[in-house]
Design a protein around this ligand. Structure first.
Ligand code: NAP
Length: 290
């Protein structure tokens, strides 16, 4: 019989991802800070564990997708954490968007304990998680990757091993850097359409089929136009990602003015009290100028 699978972090992303593993027939053990968010999975046959330590003791492969790097540290380190309690030969897979250095540290600690760790952040948003169409960017060793690949294939449809531990997180930073400037462009295009007296919906029909095509334009512009600022992808998480990307860019002496401007604008949005909006909420800053 296949090994038990652990899953920690049952928020916007994790709940759908864990649901796919359960639907595929795997024996799933779950833990989340707020137990109530596990209700539906438990009703469908998942087993609740009270701590990350218990998950680690029972499961040969453990997935985590929590919020911030400090949440990752809490789940992996300390007496109740995954690392000190992991099974010999287990693979720990962190799918949170987190710091590349932290991923490297976790991989080193897992190896010392006779197991391995992968960093495997994702892209594709809430809809990608719901529809199991995530892009999964993986860092770690090939053997662990091959072992986890069948599970990744249940949650995503574009799974690439980028290199050693930390490479998945670095790849995700490339993703977030590309999205950061793109989100400004999307907001500005919609604001321009309005001010120029065009129907923005009709403008979208033209520009999302041409060279301006992007995931953000097709998925976020309609939400902006509907005034739907619900998350999706939280502003507070995007600020976390861009801050990590900005630090990493500094470490490799890269100037990234597009990233810097997007980070500044999202921080302004958060200061206005919108840090739990979806990232499309950036459009609020443009509406204020009307
Ligand atoms: P979320 O809804 O806030 O989910 C995070 C979950 O982790 C929450 O349920 C939270 O518990 C749980 N958690 C946090 N710390 C924990 C701890 N110490 N122990 C146990 N559980 C803990 O966020 P999300 O949107 O799913 O995003 C998760 C990660 O994926 C983030 O790093 C984000 O940047 C990244 N991501 C998100 C998207 C997206 O579109 N949403 C896309 C790609 C990547 P509570 O229920 O108590 O809050």
């Amino acid at each position: 019989m296949s090994c038990k699978i652990g899953f920690i972090g049952l928020g916007v992303m994790g709940k759908s991802m864990a649901g796919h593993l359960l639907d595929a027939g795997h024996r799933l053990h779950v833990y989340n800070r707020t137990r109530e968010k596990a209700r539906e999975l438990l009703d469908n046959g998942a087993v609740w564990e009270d701590t990350p330590a218990q998950i680690a003791r029972h499961c040969g492969i453990v997935f985590t997708i929590v919020g911030f790097p400090q949440d990752v540290e809490q789940v992996y380190f300390g007496p109740d954490g995954l690392l000190d309690n992991m099974q010999e030969g287990a693979v720990l897979v962190d799918m949170t968007t987190s710091r590349p250095e932290l991923a490297g540290r976790i991989a080193g600690e897992a190896e010392k304990r006779g197991g391995s760790a992968l960093d495997a952040p994702v892209s594709g948003g809430d809809t990608g998680a719901q529809e199991a169409r995530l892009s999964i960017m993986v860092g770690g060793d090939r053997e662990a990757f091959d072992r986890v690949l069948p599970f990744f294939e249940i949650m995503g449809n574009n799974i690439v091993l980028q290199g050693p531990a930390g490479s998945g997180q670095h790849c995700k930073m490339c993703n977030q850097i590309a999205i950061a400037s793109n989100m400004l462009g999307v907001c500005e295009a919609i604001a321009y359409a309005r001010k120029a007296g065009l129907d923005p919906q009709t403008v979208l029909k033209s520009i999302e089929a041409g060279a301006a095509r992007s995931w953000s334009l097709s998925n976020m512009a309609p939400r902006m136009l509907d005034g739907d600022f619900a998350p999706g992808f939280y502003v507070k998480h995007f600020i976390k990602d861009m801050s990590i990307a900005s630090d990493s860019a500094g470490n490799i002496s890269l100037d990234a003015p597009g990233l810097d401007l997007a980070l500044k604008m999202y921080k302004k949005l958060a200061e206005l009290g919108h840090d739990t909006d979806g990232t499309q909420g950036l459009y609020r800053l443009y509406e204020q100028r009307d």
